[in-house]
Design a protein around this ligand. Structure first.
Ligand SMILES: Cc1cc2nc3c(=O)[nH]c(=O)nc-3n(C[C@H](O)[C@H](O)[C@H](O)COP(=O)(O)O)c2cc1C
Length: 308
């Protein structure tokens, strides 16, 4: 891709410039230096780490991820990570890769979110993504993010404690629009939408749920139209900075997110399966999409389907 083409795909997030709009979704690698190296080789514009909590977590027993016969994937990793202190080694190394680094921050209390966010900033992160949406870890993620009051207080405390941009990653809940409003009103500069959705898969031969945690998070293509609906509605309501995530599998599914109002996209499950090949296909496809609409830059098409 030549420099003019790259320029057409460049995107601005608050205080972060991206060469193009594609980054990984949190949890798809991202807690060792080897993971980060692999992601740079895949040609991503920024790297998002796995969610870090204050103390290390082991996660659930295997199986933690399965391919569903009905399509898509189900995972319950249980926020396994080495804990916030590992950020002080990982992030300085990650910065040498020359890409913006976004640290995903988890917590079960305001204090835990703040402690991890401060460690992320001190270790050199460019931005923080608050995990207010993981659907399968009790006391974390969606247990907090489905209550707009909790979202308000967590975002307020973290925004007050760090200077780098704070994004709020939210997931499906009855009060999603209120949670988005709460995050934006307390200073979240972008919304990452959406996380996996609670789901269960039963083996009809053993008569047991296959995941040890019973409930996992649905990811991959079945999530895509739901995520598009959410991004469309949230953009229509707030015209906020949105990063779209859920079931991206080719350039068209990424373009849909942009048309619905996302400035950038994160790719999870399918990135883990296809790596660099998928990133290149998306970027080539997006350039052709710009030509089809005679758009100079990708930013011209952000929210195009909402503004019709
Ligand atoms: C194995 C696995 C681990 C994940 N871990 C995290 C995580 O640590 N933090 C988080 O915010 N989201 C996590 N997610 C959710 C993804 O970031 C993403 O929101 C979701 O998978 C939807 O995107 P996809 O359909 O492209 O995979 C994880 C997803 C998978 C499949």
């Amino acid at each position: 891709m030549n420099s003019d083409e790259i320029k057409r795909l460049s995107i601005k997030l608050p205080r972060i410039e991206l060469r193009h709009p594609v980054m990984n979704a949190s949890g798809i690698l991202g807690y060792t230096y080897e993971h980060l190296l692999r992601m740079r080789e895949w040609g991503l514009a920024a790297i998002v780490t796995k969610t870090f909590t204050a103390k290390g977590r082991e996660g659930y027993e295997t199986p933690i991820i399965i391919e569903l016969p009905s399509g898509g994937y189900l995972n319950a990793v249980g926020l396994a990570n080495p804990g916030k202190d590992a950020l002080y080694d990982l992030i300085p190394q990650a910065k040498e890769l020359g890409l913006p680094i976004i640290v995903s921050v988890g917590g079960s209390s305001e204090k835990e979110f703040v402690d991890v966010a401060v460690a992320a900033e001190e270790s050199g992160a460019d931005a923080i993504e608050l995990n207010l949406s993981c659907p399968h870890t009790k006391g974390y993620g969606i247990d907090i993010g489905s209550d707009p009051g909790n979202v308000k207080s967590v975002v307020r405390e973290v925004v007050g404690a760090v200077k780098i941009p704070v994004y709020a990653k939210l997931g499906l809940s009855d009060k999603l629009i209120n949670s988005c409003e709460a995050a934006l009103s307390e200073g979240a500069s972008c919304l990452t939408l959406i996380n996996t959705i609670k789901a269960t898969y039963i083996d009809v031969y053993t008569l047991k749920p296959v995941l040890t945690n019973i409930v996992g998070g649905l990811s991959g293509s079945p999530l895509h139209p739901i995520a598009i609906r959410v991004v469309y509605e949230v953009y229509k309501e707030f015209e906020a900075c949105i990063i779209g995530v859920g079931g991206v599998y080719d350039w068209r599914s990424a373009a849909e997110f942009i048309a619905a109002g996302a400035r950038a996209v994160q790719v999870g499950t399918l990135l883990a399966l296809k790596g660099r090949e998928l990133v290149e296909e998306i970027l080539r496809g997006l350039l052709k999409w710009l030509d089809i609409h005679q758009a100079k830059r990708l930013s011209d098409l952000v929210g195009a389907a909402v503004k019709q």
